[in-house]
Design a protein around this ligand. Structure first.
Ligand code: HEM
Length: 445
């Protein structure tokens, strides 16, 4: 038996060229590392022990590691506090149980009518037919509106424009703190940008605190905040105001641009595949026609739902997941030490020809024709996996299906982008130049 620990030996030239790739274009960097070195690769980052993991078997091991101070989420803690995403404490299980219930597949069907109504009026306001539209900011606005409406209901006065602009300020400064020269500065040095980041946090926390107070004073209703506020564990314990604030900020941060990107990429893919778009249109005509979109009709749209899956496969908005090793372990012969950073690029696993036929092709039918029946576990995991699986996954898919169905039953879309989308691997996977589409009225049957 070969017990010699595995290692990767780069020449100095390889080291610097691979480091350059990581800084310039991480997505192709991830691909090159896998092709050149395999499924467990020490990353060429000076002063940091970090590994890229791309085999589903080892991805499964990584996803089961409890959250500790991993790079990926640690730096969001100033905003999200002990919310689910950044929580590393013993009370994570408890919080997770309380929060998962109101976001479960059955519970969220209560939000379908509002999601549909908000999407219909957004589409009427946008009035895109005959025009060219960058759908990215428009979908971000819609997904944000839906989230705020679902969380706070109709009766709480909340300044959603201020939250959105503070959140954008925060994310801008967050990105500069993590990718620009500021990342080399020790945390105690306060730059104007860092001051701005703190002000944005204080502003958002204030707005959410006021909304929670209003909700506590108002009569019962069916919004998510009320459900979270009244959710109890077996002993009757519930979330206090500070816990609620952290959870709401977490949902707001995690739950709108990811959804908007999923829909934006789906539309772009459909625009480039008119025959598939036509099939989706036929499906919508047969099941929904001009009637309302509701939980029952949505469940009868297999092709539309697989378009979302195929888009999440090709363009996973959360394109990388990180964990910090909680103990020494052996991954495929590599000796991982406690404290090492383990990074799983979904981007690579989702396009790996070992698991996917025609991996770069948009083929929603692969989800219906049996082709994906034998996928190994963790070859497709747009919402993560293990105990930290996205708590909003059902919500996201439901919302995505409603928005996509609403748009496509009104319009046909064609694309005006160049051949490829110019992607930026930021906090989420973003199209740098937007997603420009042309909308056409469906010709009457
Ligand atoms: C297409 C949309 C979405 C994608 C692709 C996505 C993706 C993910 C992924 C990959 C994780 C796991 C992160 C990790 O393992 O470190 C995650 C966690 C999480 N997501 Fe989502 N998400 C989406 C929508 C949402 C929505 C709509 C919400 C809230 C309403 C939400 C709330 C959360 C929360 C709270 C966590 C942390 C769960 C925990 O650690 O217990 N997400 N998401």
């Amino acid at each position: 038996m070969n017990t010699k620990p595995q290692t990767v030996r780069r020449t100095l030239r390889q080291y610097f060229s691979e480091l350059g790739l990581l800084l310039d274009n991480p997505l192709s960097g991830f691909e090159v590392y896998q092709q050149r070195w395999g499924d467990v690769v020490p990353l060429p980052i000076p002063g940091l022990r970090a590994f890229q993991i791309t085999h589903p078997e080892q991805v499964g091991v990584v996803l089961k590691i409890p959250h500790r101070d991993q790079m990926a989420t640690k730096s969001l803690k100033d905003l999200l506090g002990e919310g689910l995403l950044t929580n590393q404490e013993d009370d994570w299980h408890w919080r997770r149980r309380i929060i998962a219930k109101p976001l479960g597949p059955k519970a969220i069907t209560a939000f379908v009518d509002d999601m549909f109504r908000l999407t219909e009026s957004w589409f009427a306001r946008l009035n895109p037919e005959g025009r060219e539209v960058d759908v990215t900011p428009e979908l971000m606005g819609l997904a944000f509106d839906i989230l705020i409406h679902t969380v706070f209901g109709a009766n709480i006065k909340i300044d959603k424009d201020s939250i959105l602009s503070l959140l954008e300020q925060y994310m801008r400064e967050f990105t500069l703190d993590n990718t620009g020269w500021r990342r080399w500065l020790p945390p105690f040095i306060v730059t104007p940008g860092r001051r701005q980041r703190r002000r944005a946090i204080a502003g958002m926390q204030d707005l959410i605190r006021t909304a929670i107070a209003q909700r506590r004073a108002a009569p019962e209703s069916d919004d998510l905040l009320y459900r979270l506020m009244t959710a109890r564990d077996e002993e009757g314990n519930s979330l206090n105001d500070e816990q609620l604030r952290d959870e709401l900020l977490t949902m707001i941060l995690a739950g709108y641009d990811t959804v908007a990107l999923m829909i934006g990429y789906s539309l772009w893919l459909l625009a480039r595949h008119p025959a598939i778009q036509q099939q989706v249109h036929e499906e919508l005509k047969a099941i929904i026609a001009d009637g309302p979109i509701n939980a029952e009709t949505l469940a009868r749209l297999p092709l539309l739902n697989t378009v979302l899956d195929e888009s999440l496969r090709l363009f996973p908005p959360a394109y990388i997941i990180g964990r910090e090793a909680d103990k020494d372990l052996d991954l495929n012969g590599f000796q991982i030490k406690r404290g090492d950073q383990l990074l799983v690029p979904l981007w690579v696993v989702h396009r790996d020809p070992r698991w996917w036929q025609a991996p770069d092709a948009f083929r929603p039918e692969r989800w219906l024709n049996g082709e994906t029946a034998h996928l190994p576990a963790n070859a497709f995991f747009p919402f993560g996996g293990g105990p930290r699986l996205c708590v909003g996954g059902h919500f996201a898919k439901l919302e995505g299906a409603i928005i996509l169905a609403t748009i496509l039953r009104h319009s046909r879309v064609s694309d005006v982008n160049d051949d490829q989308l110019n992607l930026l691997a930021s906090v989420t996977l973003r199209p740098v130049d937007g997603i420009r589409l042309r909308f056409h009225n469906h010709s009457p049957a």
